[in-house]
Design a protein around this ligand. Structure first.
Ligand code: PLP
Ligand code: COI
Length: 338
């Protein structure tokens, strides 16, 4: 499905068929070779652990085309490390670095025509997936696994793009427990967020903000992204054992320090929402999505922020994008040029 030049700038964040994906199987205790496939289907055993017992890990990263025509992948090594953290967490074999890198390079090269041109605001979203394909009936890890990577050209996660959204603070659902699986990027965490996300959407909100599951006192994260708040010259972001360690958030913390801001990564009490001048959600898909209001419906409280992206958020957003696109020197060594 070829994309016409006028369509690049209007792409949604959605699956778009491309030419190929790549696959590698773990069988008999070892990983095989990275194969190419033009099929969008995978054949999976009816009793596979991915289907029954949630042995389903995924990652998300992006490749960008620069003004110079070069293709750049952002911080893939961190996605590889996080995928293997998830793998250790739910007893899936780790994917060797060489296989992860080969799969990325191959899938991008094979789908080069789907890498959005510079200046369109779109990028190539890369989705590695690692699932238990072996059959088990009792609760146990599989013996066979599939590591596959597909890509999709995408626009902004929220159709509004870099515009402020309204967020619902959720108190009646926990996404993940403190000693549970929140820090792993596994399917079950997203299943746990679907009902509250759909309810929030029906209530007119674009996103959900979860609290810590134990005390309901501190901010955890948003449905598909980490949370940050800015007061004065300080970038504040929650520290919690039940949130995903966002690579975008790590990058923003570094960039914030680099432009002379103070960074605080600590427990953030709900009431502190009243002290922030800017708030936002950050992630690969969300990039920075600024927030204009957070509704604590149960407590009948609304925290409001400017309805235009704030100065510091704009600064951080521009710096991050400039590095990803190759417009600014990659002084932190985050980018792999292909
Ligand atoms: N938190 C959750 C629950 C996510 O799904 C994501 C998306 O990957 C993030 C945070 C942001 O992480 P990253 O910046 O590594 O994409
Ligand atoms: C990402 O930002 O890569 C995500 O995984 C978020 C969402 C699409 C689940």
């Amino acid at each position: 499905m070829k994309i016409l030049s006028e369509e690049w700038g209007k792409l949604p964040f959605a699956y778009h068929k491309t030419n190929y994906n790549v696959r590698c199987y773990f069988r008999n205790g070892k990983w095989g070779i990275v194969e190419t496939s033009s099929s969008e289907q995978i054949v999976i055993h009816i009793s596979a652990t991915a289907l029954h017992y949630g042995q389903t890990i995924f990652e998300g990263l992006k490749a960008f085309r620069g003004k110079d025509g070069k293709i750049r992948i952002f911080r893939w090594q961190n996605n590889w490390e996080r995928m293997n953290l998830s793998a250790r967490g739910i007893l899936v074999p780790e994917v060797p670095r060489e296989i992860f890198e080969e799969a990325l390079r191959k899938v991008i090269a094979l789908n080069e025509e789907y890498i959005p041109p510079y200046g369109t605001g779109a990028s190539l979203y890369i989705r590695p997936l690692l699932v238990g394909t072996g059959a088990k009936l009792g609760v146990a890890p599989a013996d066979e696994f599939l590591f596959t990577v597909f890509v999709s050209p995408v626009g902004p996660y929220f159709p509004t793009g870099f515009k402020c959204v309204d967020v619902k603070l959720v108190r009646d659902v926990d996404r993940a427990a403190p000693l549970g699986t929140g820090r792993y990027k596994i399917g079950g965490n997203y299943a746990a967020s679907l009902a509250s996300g759909a309810q929030a959407y029906a209530d007119g909100f674009k996103m959900v903000l979860y609290l810590d599951a134990k005390e309901k006192k501190y901010l955890d994260e948003c449905g598909p992204a980490n949370f940050f708040g800015i007061k004065g010259n300080t970038y504040v972001t929650p520290d919690s054992s039940s949130i995903l360690q966002s690579i975008t958030n790590m990058s923003l913390r570094t960039l914030a320090e680099d432009i002379g801001m103070t960074v605080e990564n600590r427990k953030v009490p709900v009431e502190e929402l009243a002290e922030f001048e800017e708030t936002g959600a950050c992630g690969t898909a969300a990039v920075i999505t600024p927030i204009k209001s957070i509704h604590d419906v149960e407590q009948n409280k609304i925290y409001t922020y400017p309805d235009k992206p704030g100065t510091q958020s704009v600064k951080l957003y521009s710096k991050l994008q400039a590095i990803q696109l190759g417009d600014e020197n990659d002084k932190f060594g985050w980018v792999t040029e292909l």
